[in-house]
Design a protein around this ligand. Sequence first.
Ligand SMILES: [Zn+2]
Length: 305
Amino acid sequence: MNIEGTLCKLCQKNDDLRTSHVLPRFLGKYLKETSATGFLTAVDENGKPSRSQDLYKRELLCDQCETVLNEAETFFAASIFHPFKKNQLKTIPVDERLGRFAVSVSLRALWMMQLIKHPLAERWKGQLDELETEWRNYLLKKHNFVKGNHSHHILLCNEAILAVGLKNSPNLIHSVLRTSAYYLFEKFDKAYVFANLAGVQIISMISPPELPVSQGTEVYPNQTFGVVTPPGIGWGGYFQNLLELARKCDDARSRLSVTQREMIKRSMNKDPEKAAMSEDGLIYRMQQELLQSIQEVLTERKELT
Ligand SMILES: [Zn+2]
């Protein structure tokens, strides 16, 4: 039994908890392997950045429940995440595990938002409590379980999609593709649980139950993800919300200590080739190129008028 006597967040039975990754494990591994420094920056629940070798951990789940979530995570990582990141994603399988993955990510996001007492978690408490019960019963494959009608979506975000928002925030691409964050959003009468996993995003509706203009992205209760092309993305508020997230990531990064920044700089100097070939380096260059082309377009327009 743990010191606080707290129960596993999923089964609510066992109190023999293990330290769980707050974000899926494959994500930490991916960010670490593709970063310039071999380290990554995680933002803790108080919004403070810490340079760690691993993603933020805390005691959340028992062994059994950790295994339940791992099954869907491993499937998602192998069949969608890594192929997408390597530009090798050809087909998307129609598979229940994609829905289970999205639900499990949003459930963790919800727990974190409850923990930090996010204002929207308090405001939507009634609805979120109901959703939490549904998501938990779904993952635990409870007898007589019936799926609800609140939809879950997976968006595969790349630089082309993000470039639309870049003119408003030069750091947007880096912030979205290189960070992971959980959040709650409410804008234009839509409230949803949000997770950004290095550009792969999970959206779980709080209100209304369904997300308009999102064809080809749903994984729960039905799967249209990969079945409908082209997928719908970019409904009202989506980019505004991403910009808000990007600003928060920038704020967190600017709070990095001088020592932490020095360490990143040193590794750039020590092994510039590795740093340049890393995902961080590639995205940095992409960002510079995009900025340049936007500036060229703006100059052209100025010359015309
Ligand atoms: Zn459990």
